[in-house]
Write a protein that binds this ligand. Structure first.
Ligand code: KMH
Ligand code: ZN
Length: 286
């Protein structure tokens, strides 16, 4: 039997806002305000922290602004974000749909605070986001060995069930806390609707100590409002949404964080800072 998780170290009204500023899918040429250089990424992270974000979910780009998992760049990025912010630094191990699994495992060599860990394969628009079970298990074991806290990315209900399977097979992650992000509205995954959110949250294993939700594209607001109403946390950012309103482009990641914080305050939730997020997630002290 698995022990009940420790109670949250934060007040009940605490709100974790994670920003996912870049992603791997949008071209710089199409969206020049997307932060793709290290300088732009650090600038965006600082502005988002000032606006109330506590964690940054990082994808990086090469000199031609294309997605890369280059280890030297990842390591430099982790160092630069730690130097300039107190955000919890989460590296994406999802990368782009074209990244080989070995490269995605190697991301942990950059020693982030946290890493994303997607719980299964999912259609991703016209592509396939590949996460076979042996890869999921290997990445999970590696994260524990390296003392990196995983954030379980759940794109559909099958992946919620797979989290149950993983915890049964492998036990709790490093830090003993279990944090998930429900990524909703990806074409191929669960829709970004309140009924899907209710179903997914209802299926989360009892070991889960915190969860956030992300609505891609036009599902961003319904998912955020639904998540707040259910006591969840929020992930926002230009990885997931590029329109602020119909026909109105997002101008910066901080704009999305500001909106998330404002919605949170309407729901009487107070954003936590990086230290609060680290405590919530069980991140290794630096
Ligand atoms: N870019 C997607 C294929 C993650 O960061 O872990 C995968 C993704 C999930 O963004
Ligand atoms: Zn990502």
């Amino acid at each position: 039997m698995t022990a009940a998780p420790d109670p949250s170290p934060l007040p009940r009204n605490a709100l974790l806002v994670t920003v996912a500023p870049t992603g791997a899918e949008t071209a710089k040429d199409d969206v020049p305000q997307l932060p793709t250089t290290l300088e732009e990424l650090v600038g965006a992270a600082k502005a988002c922290e000032a606006a109330g974000a506590a964690m940054v979910h990082v994808h990086i780009r090469d000199d031609a602004h294309r997605p890369t998992l280059d280890l030297g760049r990842l390591t430099e990025t982790v160092a630069a974000l730690r130097e300039s912010t107190d955000l919890v630094v989460q590296l994406s191990t999802g990368g782009s749909v074209h990244d080989p699994l070995e490269d995605r495992l190697r991301v942990l060599d950059a020693a982030p605070d946290s890493c994303s860990l997607t719980m299964g394969t999912v259609n991703f628009g016209d592509e396939v986001f590949l996460n076979p079970w042996p890869f999921v298990r290997e990445l999970y074991r590696l994260s524990r060995e390296r003392q990196v806290v995983p954030e379980f990315e759940l794109f559909d209900l099958g992946q919620v069930a797979a989290l149950r399977r993983l915890l049964d097979a492998e036990g709790l992650p490093y830090g003993g806390r279990v944090h998930c992000d429900l990524v909703m509205g990806v074409p191929g995954g669960m829709p970004g609707t309140p009924p899907a959110l209710v179903a997914a949250v209802g299926m989360l294993p009892p070991e889960v100590t915190s969860w956030s939700a992300t609505g891609v594209g036009r599902s961003t607001l319904p998912v955020a409002l639904g998540a707040l109403s259910m006591g969840g946390h929020l992930r926002v950012g230009m990885e997931d949404v590029l329109s602020y309103a119909p026909g109105v482009p997002v101008t910066s990641n901080a704009q999305l964080v500001e909106r998330a914080v404002a919605l949170g305050r309407l729901a009487q939730r107070e954003p936590v800072d990086g230290a609060g997020a680290a405590a919530l997630l069980g991140v290794r002290p630096r």
